[in-house]
Ligand binder design. Structure first.
Ligand code: NAP
Length: 344
């Protein structure tokens, strides 16, 4: 039986990965910031919170000198480093904390692996934000990194450390350059889940109107369980590598919102432009979307779309789920939760 250590097991990807690895028969140890106040709703929704092969350990990225003790306690075969201050917006408000949690903590994990047992395999959750404002699209593994946000810059550091420990010390260090990936387990601070949750509330008469930033912003959105599958495949490969994980297609926030309303049985029509743009419910003329310039991001990534050809060829990986089904799954989950009065 393999032992996998997942940092950030309470997050979207961590919970989905735990489920995937438990199904494979692994023992899974997941880290939480503080055991007493760990937020276990995702593990509970996936019905694995009480799984006999899942255990939880405290590990704060801001106290990552403890990485070696953690490894000595658990003796994992694989470490998936998914924990992070994962919000680009919050990284502008907390740049130093982001540097520590997103940039330095992975280095401490790599260093602990090198010292404790260099045979332990390591996965680093890198991000498309590392490309910043790319000059070419789609991006692949050879596209220059040019981050524009504190989050992106910290991810670049961790990515290069993963590559460096692979090249210098022969560690099995993998880096997955992840484009946005969504599911019903996404946190509500991210726009897709904000949309699905608000659409459910509007459908149930609990909210009048959804406020969004730039509706023209485009994202390469995939399905989180597909991306978790790619992580597992990378870690089972013969040799470690760097892979772009993306769908190769983009959609705008306007598109995503329209799909979400449709999934809830509401057809909408957009009117106006820029900050004056709104969307109305075709059935009753009520305004259900307004643009709020206060929600514009300081730096808006342009042309971020990935080319997953290497992952397709080397891992046999395919981002299978179409956006309308991802969105429908999210809206259905939020309709169920909101109808039951549950706020997650
Ligand atoms: P997420 O849902 O925000 O989960 C982040 C996890 O990190 C949570 O378990 C959180 O714990 C934990 N965490 C945050 N700060 C911590 C700290 N100081 N110490 C210990 N744990 C801490 O993120 P995700 O969507 O699953 O993403 C997984 C990874 O992929 C992240 O590294 C993210 O940056 C990267 N990534 C994600 C995407 C995407 O579209 N999802 C795209 C590119 C890269 P709490 O439960 O206590 O908050």
């Amino acid at each position: 039986m393999k032992t996998a250590l997942i940092t950030g097991v309470t997050g979207q990807d961590g919970a989905l990965l735990a489920k995937r690895l438990l199904a494979r028969g692994d023992r899974v140890v997941g880290t939480v910031r503080r055991s007493a106040s760990a937020n276990l709703w995702r593990l509970e929704e996936l019905a694995i919170a009480q799984h006999e092969r899942l255990s939880l350990k405290s590990f704060d990225l801001l106290d990552a000198e403890r990485a070696r003790t953690l490894l000595a306690d658990i003796h994992p075969d694989e470490v998936y480093n998914l924990a992070a201050q994962s919000s680009v917006g919050a990284s502008f408000e907390e740049p130093m904390l982001t540097l520590q949690a997103v940039g330095a903590a992975p280095l401490q994990l790599l260093e602990a692996i090198r010292q404790f047992d260099p045979k332990i395999r390591f996965f680093q959750a890198s991000s498309a934000e590392m490309f910043g404002m790319p000059r070419s699209a789609p991006q692949d593994e050879d596209t220059p990194l040019c981050p524009r946000t504190p989050y992106g810059a910290a991810k670049v550091y961790a990515h290069w450390m993963t590559v460096s420990y692979r090249d210098t010390y022969g560690l099995f260090g993998c880096s997955g350059i992840l484009y946005n990936h969504e599911s019903a387990l996404r946190s509500r601070e991210f726009v897709t889940r904000k949309i699905s949750d608000s659409v459910a509330k509007i459908r149930l008469g609990k909210l009048e109107c959804l406020r969004l930033g730039r509706l023209d912003s485009r994202r390469d959105w995939g399905y989180a369980p597909d991306y978790v599958e790619a992580m597992v495949r990378m870690m089972q490969s013969e040799s470690p590598g760097t892979y772009v994980l993306a769908t190769g297609r983009t959609a705008s926030i306007r598109d995503f919102a329209a799909i979400a309303f449709r999934a809830a049985g509401i057809e909408i029509e957009f009117r106006g432009t820029g900050p004056d743009e709104t969307a109305v419910d075709r059935n009753n003329g009520r305004t259900v979307i307004r643009v709020d310039p206060a929600l514009y991001r300081p730096v808006e990534p342009e042309q971020l779309v990935g080319n997953p050809a290497r992952a397709r060829a080397a891992l046999g990986w395919e981002p299978a789920m179409p956006l309308d089904r991802i969105c429908a799954e999210m809206v259905e989950a939020d309709l169920r939760r909101n109808a039951a009065g549950v706020s997650l």
